[in-house]
Design a protein around this ligand. Structure first.
Ligand SMILES: [Fe+2]
Length: 227
């Protein structure tokens, strides 16, 4: 596990900071036919999810059901998610679509994105058994009746509101799941505070991650929305 964590930490760092990946995000925006000047994106991530019993903390944290807004994302955030290799429903991620406009009691009010960025995120590699970093989590049982699991083929992409309740499906297979995700925001949505309905998110420092965002057309750093 120690060796695995070293390799995955290096992979994630290289992937997230690579120019090639930013160019691919721009290609995707071009391909769907929208204007890249109107969009910013958050740094892309690669997830490596081995068998649950091997590792489900730290670099391979298995996300409990959450909305990205609990983690300080804005209401207009558009999430993308793409398996690298063709996967099955028991290796994918889940979306609890029925909770889109149904509140869930959660700990987001006690969670800080600033603290996460400055003090917690880099500790991923130290979590080899249990996740000791604090995440925003549900405080009630989640009804799975509306749970959707879409198992894509290589290069197929899910696109969904960051406000949907979603999480990691525990991988009990012997095949490690690799997936890629990134987030898009339309500048006008941000400016006019448009987005999904906020039914239960109380993260105190929404937008603290803006400094990690890039303009899609030239990869310049996003400096925030002028008042
Ligand atoms: Fe998420």
């Amino acid at each position: 596990v120690e060796e695995f964590v070293v390799l995955v930490t290096r992979l994630k760092g290289q992937f997230t900071n690579s120019l090639r990946v930013k160019e691919l995000i721009l290609s995707f925006i071009d391909e769907i036919g929208v204007d890249p000047r109107e969009y910013i994106f958050d740094v892309p991530r690669i997830r490596v999810v081995p068998n649950y019993d091997y590792l489900h903390a730290g670099v391979s944290y298995a996300y409990k059901p959450h909305r990205d807004t609990w983690y300080g994302s804005v209401d207009c955030q558009i999430n993308t998610w793409m398996p690298v290799h063709t996967i099955r429903p028991d290796q994918t991620m889940m979306i609890n679509a029925g909770y889109f406009d149904v509140p869930v009691k959660n700990t987001s009010s006690e969670w800080s994105l600033n603290d996460w960025i400055n003090n917690q995120r880099h500790k991923a590699k130290d979590n080899l058994k249990e996740e000791v970093r604090v995440h925003p989590v549900p405080l009630e049982a989640i009804n799975t009746a509306s749970e959707v699991r879409i198992a894509g083929n290589t290069g197929e992409m899910l696109i969904f509101s960051g406000s949907h309740l979603h999480g990691t499906v525990a991988n009990h297979t012997e095949q490690t799941r690799f997936s890629v995700d990134f987030r898009l925001m339309h500048l006008d949505d941000l400016k006019h505070k448009r987005g999904a309905i906020n039914v239960d998110s109380a993260c105190p420092d929404v937008g603290a991650g803006f400094k990690d965002y890039f303009h899609a057309h030239d990869f310049s750093n996003f400096q925030g929305i002028e008042a």
